[in-house]
Design a protein around this ligand. Structure first.
Ligand code: SAM
Length: 242
């Protein structure tokens, strides 16, 4: 099993270097140039390569699951907005869905995305599926052992429209559909992690989550860029039983 936490020693030595500037910026737009410089200097991007994670967001989930002890061997997990698959990689390791450790219970990981997701040992992917669609909910019920999940993860994000408020509202609406999904598949006592963009509607989502989860926290993992409005709600102790 790979190391579970962010490699602090690696981060320390990486940050000791001065900022790197890529050589191939000619012809690129300013925003593309900024993105390239940021990628080149981001310790989480480098650490993702070292750990063979599909993207840096793996470290956001690692921080959450380590701190709040989520994803145990044997858990059944739904990963919403799973492409390219870094969160699913973490889930596969933690719930032992490949059966790598024969002495521990074997869990299940099902990832869903509108996009194609490259295959991953230990995960079942539903590419070209919309998690807000009741048809997808029915597929999940069919695929899950006993039709129930222990944990629902969501790092979903809509495509940027150019209007931040509209995008924030759209993401909150998408997260609200996860409450409907929870009613169908989440075990009592189960957990939900969902990304949102902070804004006035975040309170609406928080209130709706608080009505069905015993404990709801707002989290900003260290790997989430400070300048981003991105945050996560963690709902634990699911109490609504349909
Ligand atoms: C930030 S990426 C997720 C990264 C992923 N957690 C990982 O670690 O690889 C957000 C994803 O949400 C997906 N998405 C957006 N709306 C969706 C929807 N309605 N149903 C399923 N996936 C959706 C996007 O296609 C995109 O791939």
């Amino acid at each position: 099993m790979q190391s579970s936490s962010f490699p602090k020693r690696y981060l320390h030595t990486t940050l000791a270097f001065t900022k790197k500037i890529p050589h191939n910026l000619k012809g690129k737009t300013t925003s593309d140039q900024n993105w390239l410089v940021r990628q080149l200097n981001d310790p989480y991007v480098k650490a993702s390569r070292v750990h063979n994670y599909r993207c840096r967001s793996a470290f956001k989930l690692l921080e959450i699951v380590d701190k709040y002890r989520l994803l145990k061997p044997g858990d059944n997990v739904i990963d919403c907005g799973a492409a390219p698959g870094a969160w699913s990689q973490i889930a596969v390791q933690r719930v032992n869905s490949t059966g790598a450790n024969a002495e521990l219970p074997r869990g299940t990981v099902i990832g869903i995305d509108l996009l194609n997701i490259a295959p991953l040992d230990g995960a079942h992917f539903l590419s070209s599926h919309d998690i807000t669609d009741p048809f997808t909910h029915a597929r999940l019920q069919d695929l899950l052992p006993s039709a129930k999940a222990d944990v629902i993860l969501s790092d979903m994000a809509p495509n940027a429209s150019g209007c931040k408020d509209m995008d924030k509202e759209k993401l909150i609406t998408m997260c609200l559909t996860l409450i409907d999904l929870s009613e169908k598949i989440l075990k009592p006592g189960g957990s939900l992690v969902c990304k949102y963009w902070d804004g006035f509607l975040a309170h609406t989502l928080q209130n709706r989550l608080s009505a069905v989860f015993g404990c709801v926290r707002s989290l900003k993992p260290k790997a989430s860029r400070k300048e981003s409005a991105e945050k996560y709600f963690l709902g634990q102790m699911y109490k609504r039983i349909k």
